[in-house]
Design a protein around this ligand. Structure first.
Ligand code: G3P
Length: 224
């Protein structure tokens, strides 16, 4: 099970990389545009922060020829542990196929259906990225789609992994994992929400109170 950060915000990446065992960072043109920074310098800073962990960077061109050129410059500058994110339409499938022949790591993105995932996997994509919340917004069944992709991959001994994305709340993340996603990428604040809440705070404060009632404020390492 892999936890990935869906952000290009350097401070968050630094902070959450220290707390959690993150597998890497995903980005897309929208996420990068929020940082108002130069493309490669920003990504190079992220690369420096995460070392050789996965960095997923999306191409912006629409033709196969140009996507291949973009992929080449992305990997030249950011290293071989960079996954090229390619939107999964027909030109994208053609691009993924060629990228895999050239030895690149590829994430097939903008996945809304099991059919897209199947075709991306058939040309060797390393990951497929189904968009959980965006599917829900279209009244599509995200749980069923991810379950179908997971079943399909298992049934056909497919090495492609499911990297579920597009989450607006923590339940969606858990759902995706329970449906068989191998990895999830989400805004770091959603991971915080999973472990920070008034009920958890309350339980912890009660323990402090009960401890202090007998041992005052002494920590265990000062006791004999
Ligand atoms: O990176 C792709 C995915 O995370 C998009 O998410 O929130 O724009 O639907 P969102």
């Amino acid at each position: 099970m892999k936890i990935i950060l869906d952000t290009a915000h350097l401070e968050d990446i630094r902070k959450y990389n220290r707390i959690y065992e993150i597998a890497g960072v995903t980005s897309n043109p929208t996420i990068l545009s929020r940082e108002c920074a130069d493309f490669f310098p920003l990504l190079q800073n992220i690369r420096q922060e995460i070392g050789d962990k996965e960095l997923h960077v999306q191409v912006t061109a629409s033709s196969c020829t140009e996507m291949l050129l973009e992929a080449k410059s992305i990997v030249n500058i950011l290293g071989k542990d960079t996954y090229i994110k390619v939107p999964t339409n027909e030109e994208g499938i053609k691009t993924i196929k060629q990228l895999k022949h050239l030895g690149y790591k590829v994430t097939a993105t903008a996945i809304y259906t099991a059919q897209q995932a199947m075709l991306a996997a058939s040309v060797g994509a390393d990951y497929v990225a189904p968009y959980y919340n965006r599917m829900n917004n279209l009244n599509m069944d995200s749980r069923q789609t991810i379950t179908e992709i997971a079943t399909l991959f298992k049934l056909h001994h497919c090495e492609t992994e499911i990297l579920a994305a597009s989450f607006k709340n923590t339940n969606q993340i858990m759902d995706a994992l329970l449906c068989g996603a191998h990895a999830v990428t989400a805004s770091p604040q959603l991971y915080t929400q999973m472990v920070e809440s008034p009920v958890i705070d309350h339980a912890i404060k009660e323990f402090y109170k009960d401890w202090a009632s007998v041992y005052q404020d002494k920590p265990i390492y000062e006791l004999k």
